[in-house]
Design a protein around this ligand. Structure first.
Ligand SMILES: NC(=O)C1=CN([C@@H]2O[C@H](COP(=O)(O)OP(=O)(O)OC[C@H]3O[C@@H](n4cnc5c(N)ncnc54)[C@H](OP(=O)(O)O)[C@@H]3O)[C@@H](O)[C@H]2O)C=CC1
Ligand SMILES: O=C(O)[C@H](O)COP(=O)(O)O
Length: 497
């Protein structure tokens, strides 16, 4: 049960979850709380502290001093603590998954998978960090013309300092640890600002790191609405790097943040290009998985199908048949389609659907909504003048655009402001590789739906989809900076051969 057993200490006497600072669970001085609305019941499920700017300042001070000691902690010790946290996370997957079900209406099985995947990510990061941070580079001066071998150059990767991690609602645990673990193994300290919808899941995850025994002040978690405390955090002088996953908010942050490294993973409009020789059963199965998992609330969800006209009717029929089998209902029952995260999100999705209706899209199913629950909807004959051809619904609504050439499909994909992932279905691997080369996206999946996982693969968005690259190795590296030490010798030495 959430907030019980080893998690009892994170809940205060007024049933408000505490924030985490200096190795302790605390109540904020304002006494204000933020309500977390259960997307299924649309009633308040949990409450968390609304932290103040003074509490953020204190957290930043602790993070800065704790980081100095942590940077001098041996790599193997950092890894050992991360492995402990991973084990505790997986041991308590049930109560954390329960929070995900209640806060973000994630289907129960997917919620458990997210926690297990997060434990695996933390452990993999510990191992990868020991390897790549245990190596430096050694250069000699005479490889450059005009130099004798009188200089030995040692280069290594050192921590940035205080990392501010801001994950989104749809993977509040996995996308938090995908920032926390690389930050810690690289010798940084970490300040986490969880999403409001998902905050309690994150607080339970933080308790697992607390129980693992990380030094006080090294990890902090401040709660509060991003719209209220977010700017103070992202513009705080104590922050040395921001790792953000979410929507357009990230673009605004990138314009406000100072001279510091940014890791941004933002929205996507992942296109699925279907050629005439594609295996349409394989395509249909991937469109269901890629377009409707977690009710389409994934940045890597398929967000537009671009199918050759000659096979479009056959494909639409196959997808319709599979849509009809999707179970719609509460996350507790492991339904495929569950309520979207907020009423405002449901309203946004509905706006896109109504625009498509007015402009003549073909509705393959009746549009149906009950509260935040929207039934899966395939829209055929979508045209570029419709908003849904370009905007990201983040819901169970999928547009189909019929194309008459591959070039038309690539053009539509590249005309988008987004550039996260895409996929292409064809039996001709040579053609698939050429199409992948032409698609201006961070990743192209050949004959499968887009996906971030497995988590050690590089994952990056181009254009408005992001800055920098994620994936465990790339995240570790971007949370370090290069340090060069040059040994100057009085005379040339060839000790190094
Ligand atoms: N790329 C991806 O993986 C994702 C993309 N999205 C896109 O974003 C849209 C909205 O989803 P949502 O999760 O609300 O994304 P947001 O970008 O609104 O929120 C992402 C995170 O940023 C925080 N935040 C909000 N405002 C600020 C601010 N001014 N400064 C600092 N942090 C802030 C949020 O906190 P709080 O929750 O308290 O507002 C949350 O933790 C989706 O419809 C989708 O298009 C969403 C999720 C994942
Ligand atoms: O931000 C997101 O939505 C996730 O990065 C998607 O991850 P997934 O492809 O593993 O669902």
């Amino acid at each position: 049960m959430a907030g019980t057993g080893v998690f009892a200490e994170i809940l205060d006497e007024d049933s408000v979850y505490k924030y985490y600072s200096d190795g302790e669970w605390k109540k904020c001085s304002s006494g204000k709380a933020v309500a977390i609305i259960n997307p299924t019941t649309r009633k308040t499920q949990y409450k968390v502290q609304a932290c103040s700017q003074a509490e953020v300042n204190k957290v930043m001070e602790s993070a800065k001093s704790a980081q100095k000691a942590w940077a001098r902690t041996p790599l193997w010790k950092r890894a050992e603590l991360l492995h402990k946290a991973a084990a505790i996370l997986k041991e308590h997957k049930a109560p954390i998954a329960e929070c995900l079900v209640k806060e973000i209406a994630k289907p129960a099985k997917d919620a458990v998978s997210e926690v297990v995947r997060s434990g695996d990510l933390v452990s993999y990061t510990a191992e990868e960090g020991v390897r790549i941070l245990g190596e430096g580079k050694f250069l000699v001066s005479d490889s450059f013309p005009g130099n004798e071998r009188t200089k030995y150059c040692l280069t290594s990767k050192i921590p940035l300092g205080v990392i501010l991690a801001i994950p989104p609602f749809n993977y509040p645990v996995n996308l938090a640890v995908s920032k926390i673990a690389p930050a810690l193994i690289a010798g940084n300290s970490l300040v986490l600002k969880p999403p409001t919808q998902g905050a309690v899941s994150c607080l339970h995850m933080v308790q697992c790191f607390h129980l693992a025994g990380f030094p006080k002040g090294l990890i902090s978690c401040v709660t509060g609405k991003g719209s209220e405390i977010g700017d103070f955090l992202t513009m705080h002088p104590g922050v040395n790097c921001i790792s953000f996953t979410g929507g357009d908010t990230g673009i605004a942050i990138s314009k406000k943040a100072g001279m510091l490294p940014l890791q941004m993973e933002l929205g996507g409009k992942d296109a699925c290009i279907v050629l005439e020789d594609a295996d349409l059963d394989l395509v249909a199965a991937n469109i269901i998985k890629g377009g409707f998992s977690y009710s389409g609330q994934r940045c890597t969800a398929i967000k537009v199908v671009l199918v050759m006209e000659s096979v479009a009717d056959a494909l639409v029929e196959k997808v319709k048949a599979r849509v009809a089998k999707l179970r719609v209902g509460p996350p507790e029952d492991d339904c495929d389609i569950t309520p979207v995260v907020t009423e405002s999100s449901a309203n946004f999705i509905e706006g896109l659907v109504m625009d498509a209706k007015e402009k003549g899209a073909t509705f393959c199913q009746e549009y149906k909504r009950e509260g935040n629950l929207i039934w899966p909807l395939l829209l055929d004959n979508v045209r570029p003048d419709m908003r849904i051809a370009w905007e990201e619904p983040f819901g169970p609504v999928l547009p189909v655009i019929r194309i008459n050439s591959v070039e038309e499909g690539i053009h539509h994909c590249n005309a988008s402001n987004f550039g996260l992932q895409g996929c292409v279905f064809t039996k001709d691997i040579n053609k698939a590789v050429l199409i992948s080369d032409a698609m201006e996206t961070g990743t192209v999946q050949i004959n499968s739906a887009p996906a971030r996982g497995p988590d050690h693969f590089p994952f990056q968005g181009l254009k408005d989809s992001g800055i920098g690259s994620q994936g465990i190795t790339n995240s570790i590296n971007m949370m370090t900076k290069v340090k060069t030490t040059v040994i100057n010798l009085p005379s040339p030495s060839y000790t190094m051969g």
